[in-house]
Design a protein around this ligand. Structure first.
Ligand SMILES: [Zn+2]
Length: 267
């Protein structure tokens, strides 16, 4: 089974039906990350339409300033969510530095909750890579997906040592630096994502809506870069994601679904 470990399904609008159809046809297990509370509430409804969709709650760094002073109100949603994300820091694309303290406050709150509730986290780390690794270490959050990593190679190595998983996405088709990262992630920590529907639009500066099937292009690119075949990449990512969620009491049904799916055999 293919794994899209970071997607914004609530952003598909009129194309949601088509996206869910592709997810079903291609059997893509989908971690649907939230940007904020309305986004999570919408994702919960979408999750009811497909057992392949796992909605998770987080506050994106871009939204952090709106929530920093009412974090306690979010507790019940965090508790209900089977995993945490999207959370993180963005000290690069978010130019308004007055939001950085709020970003840090929100991130620390969610990381502490993930530690206490033993949930995996889905992280946006742009220009906050080392700071985020320090937080994971401080709270001993061992199950972390670092989404679309593009930071320094030395912090990548430290995150690998800590055991973070990494989602490689569509930028691997366009960027030599991301190709280097895609080669550096060890087999046992490799995951895939689309970050769609907006990733392609953001990368190519056009109005292209990225569909879930873009994951196939990522898998093929990874196979070429890592000198193997797409079936082997699919199988590897599937088993990595299964390991990430194994023995998680909140994710038993997802684990069962993944365990009974036909993962292609490794050659
Ligand atoms: Zn995202």
């Amino acid at each position: 089974m293919l794994i899209d470990a970071h997607v914004h399904l609530d952003k598909y609008g009129a194309l949601l039906g088509r996206a869910l159809q592709q997810i079903a046809e291609q059997q893509i297990f989908t971690v649907a990350t939230a940007m904020d509370l309305p986004s999570y509430l919408e994702l919960q409804k979408i999750g009811e339409r497909s057992e392949l969709v796992l909605p998770t709650f987080g506050i994106h760094p871009r939204r952090a300033a709106e929530y920093a002073d009412c974090l306690a109100d979010l507790s019940r949603h965090i508790e209900r969510s089977p995993a945490i994300g999207e959370i993180g820091l963005d000290l690069h694309w978010v130019k308004d530095a007055t939001t950085y303290p709020a970003q840090r406050k929100v991130l620390a709150y969610f990381i502490a909750a993930a530690a206490e509730q033993n949930k995996f986290v889905n992280l946006h780390t742009k220009a906050g890579e080392k700071e985020i690794l320090d937080l994971l270490e401080k709270y001993d959050v061992r199950r972390a997906i670092v989404h679309w990593y593009s930071g320094p190679m030395d912090v990548l190595a430290a995150m690998i040592d800590f055991g973070c998983y990494f989602t490689i996405g569509v930028e691997v088709l366009y960027s030599d630096y991301i190709k280097e990262i895609a080669k550096a992630v060890p087999d046992h920590l490799l995951l895939t994502e689309t970050d769609n529907p907006g990733a392609l639009r953001w990368l190519k500066k056009n109005d292209e809506v990225g569909m879930p099937a873009a994951l196939n292009d990522v898998v093929e690119a990874l196979a070429i870069l890592r000198l193997t075949n797409p079936e082997r990449i699919e199988s590897l990512v599937h088993s990595n994601f299964c390991r990430l969620i194994a023995n998680d009491p909140g994710l038993e049904s997802a684990h069962a679904l993944l365990s009974r799916s036909n993962s292609p055999q490794s050659p």
